[in-house]
Design a protein around this ligand. Sequence first.
Ligand SMILES: Nc1nc2c(ncn2[C@@H]2O[C@H](COP(=O)(O)OP(=O)(O)OP(=O)(O)O)[C@@H](O)[C@H]2O)c(=O)[nH]1
Length: 221
Amino acid sequence: LVRKSTVGMSESYDFLFKFLVIGNAGTGKSCLLHQFIEKRFKDESNHTIGVEFGSKIISVVNKMVKLQIWDTAGQERFRSVTRSYYRGAAGALLVYDITSRETYNALTTWLSDARMLASQNIVIILCGNKKDLDADREVTFLEASRFAQENELMFLETSALTGENVEEAFVQCARKILNKIESGELDPERMGSGIQYGDAALRQLRSPRRAQPQGTQECGC
Ligand SMILES: Nc1nc2c(ncn2[C@@H]2O[C@H](COP(=O)(O)OP(=O)(O)OP(=O)(O)O)[C@@H](O)[C@H]2O)c(=O)[nH]1
């Protein structure tokens, strides 16, 4: 199998996962997405209007996974718009700000929305963001990790400012989804799973030994 990205052609991947980033306004969702994709802090971040979009291909346990990420507005007035994007998401980063108890208290609402409106099997990682502001912390690591355990969420504290644990959050979530596909717990072909096969996986299924001829066009969506 020739990966087109390695020869300067358009991208190739085994799976595409639809991801959401949800949580209260100001918790750093847009900055997390920006740090993940651009590997730097987004200096001037304004409130997200509705929904923003980003995508990136990562390597997870020998598979190339394209994450298609929807960064939703945290502000209440956009709630009806953002809710319409939940459907068919395979994974989500549920974000609160460790320096704001209010954003932590809102987690149960976000969680019930996600479980109700996205895929039933959605894999969620709780992210306690702004880890760099430890002096202003209002929520302890222990308290949040208990909440995560009780609600079957993975959990990390992150910093979109320093980049700490940002890539890890996306990768851990993707890895859990891949594990569930491999164990048969998740069926990528089920409607609304939030998972699609990429052309790499399809080529393997169709002709396991033949390499893809170079120069083939694809839409890359
Ligand atoms: N110190 C610190 N500040 C951060 C971090 N992440 C985000 N911020 C700041 O927090 C503010 C809000 O960040 P955004 O990414 O716009 O927040 P958001 O969750 O996308 O907000 P909405 O789009 O309104 O939902 C900005 O002023 C960022 O600079 C972080 O990890 N550490």
